[in-house]
Design a protein around this ligand. Structure first.
Ligand SMILES: Cc1cc2nc3c(=O)[nH]c(=O)nc-3n(C[C@H](O)[C@H](O)[C@H](O)COP(=O)(O)OP(=O)(O)OC[C@H]3O[C@@H](n4cnc5c(N)ncnc54)[C@H](O)[C@@H]3O)c2cc1C
Length: 318
């Protein structure tokens, strides 16, 4: 932090300006926090909805601008610091360091930094796409011309949704994944098989039980030697939690997300909580082992709980 400018204390800092960050700000107000709230987001946009990115926006049926999430009047006075990534945090001194080197002091912290796409570990290939941001979705949509050959690597939710959207656009679509059936872990074998048959009836070709081992300018090579010709590749092989900005904080468990207690507190600290995709927490619905859940409803649910935890700690109320 040498040479860094030191800002004044600004109430509660929320890191991540997406669904979780927005819901956290709203729930902090609902929980009775009247002080300042500053939300830092590395994307240039106000919070927007991601589900349409693999559906209506990708299909060209919805405008990117239409995905912006409605903000409740209670968060009108929230300060949005967009295009402003947090690079480090000191949870003891209660400071955040931003990309420009400036330092922001806070009283309470909400971590809402979500996840990013996991990438295939090899170089090369035809144009490669992922779908996480508005820019990702519009870039991929531009490549989904009728007749384009699209190889989707990964057969989870996003892989299957992209395959369906690309096929509807008239692309020749193949899906490659190591599992026996698409989305088998989420749906179970019978429903997963039915899903595959439905995709196949619409013309999607599957290479299940296979890995992509090499990317070439012409497409990809599978572990059985099959060469798939593709004009573009979509990498849909899962996600990685955005926790690097907390890596220097001693005592935190950042294995697959930020480990929280049942009140969403980070590292047992009363003034730091996590919400949304990045939070790994014990949830009686799924058993005693803490886990992350990447589902649209989780940022809202965790924000409600985390906001109560944080406001109670900062105001000294039960
Ligand atoms: C294509 C797609 C389709 C989906 N479809 C569905 C669906 O149909 N149903 C469903 O239930 N769920 C769906 N989801 C999942 C749902 O969108 C997520 O669960 C939700 O967006 C999680 O919100 P979040 O705020 O926790 O994380 P994110 O939305 O990932 O937001 C985190 C934000 O923090 C920012 N950030 C990260 N690091 C930093 C940093 N150091 N400093 C500042 N900012 C940072 C990120 O850039 C991002 O803007 C979909 C997701 C995607 C990508």
């Amino acid at each position: 932090m040498a040479g860094a400018s030191r800002g004044e204390s600004r109430g509660i800092a929320v890191v991540g300006a997406s669904l979780g960050g927005l819901r956290a700000a709203e729930q902090l107000r609902a929980a009775g926090w009247h002080g300042a709230i500053t939300v830092f987001g590395d994307e240039p946009h106000l919070p927007y909805n991601r589900p349409p990115l693999s559906k209506a926006v990708l299909a060209g049926h919805a405008l990117a601008a239409g995905t912006e999430l409605r903000r409740r009047p209670s968060v009108e006075d929230v300060e949005w610091r967009l295009g402003s990534a947090v690079t480090a945090a000191d949870l003891t001194a209660r400071t955040l360091t931003l990309t420009d080197g400036s330092v922001h002091m806070y009283e309470g912290l909400v971590a809402a930094t979500g996840v990013r796409p996991r990438r295939l570990p090899m170089p090369g290939g035809p144009p490669r796409h992922v779908v996480r941001t508005l820019e990702d979705s519009t870039a991929l949509a531009a490549g989904l011309a009728a007749g384009a050959r699209v190889s989707v690597i990964g057969s989870g939710f996003i892989g299957c949704e992209v395959a369906a959207t690309a096929r509807t656009a008239g692309c020749a679509v193949t899906v490659v994944a190591p599992e026996t059936e698409p989305m088998a872990s989420a749906l179970g074998p019978h429903l997963a098989r039915a899903l595959r048959l439905r995709h196949e009836a619409r013309g999607v070709r599957f290479h299940m039980g296979r890995l992509a081992t090499e990317l070439t300018p012409e497409g990809c090579v599978l572990d059985d030697g099959t060469e798939l010709r593709a004009d573009l590749i979509v990498e849909a092989i899962g996600s990685l939690p955005n926790t690097e900005w907390l890596a220097a904080t001693p005592g935190l468990d950042l294995t697959d997300g930020i480990l929280c207690d049942a009140h969403l507190r980070i590292g047992g600290l009363p003034h730091a909580v996590a919400v949304g995709d990045v939070a790994r927490f014990p949830n009686p619905r799924y058993g005693p082992v803490p886990r992350r859940v990447e589902h649209w409803s989780v940022p809202g649910d965790t924000a409600r709980h985390a906001a109560r935890t944080l406001v109670a700690a900062l105001t000294g109320t039960p």
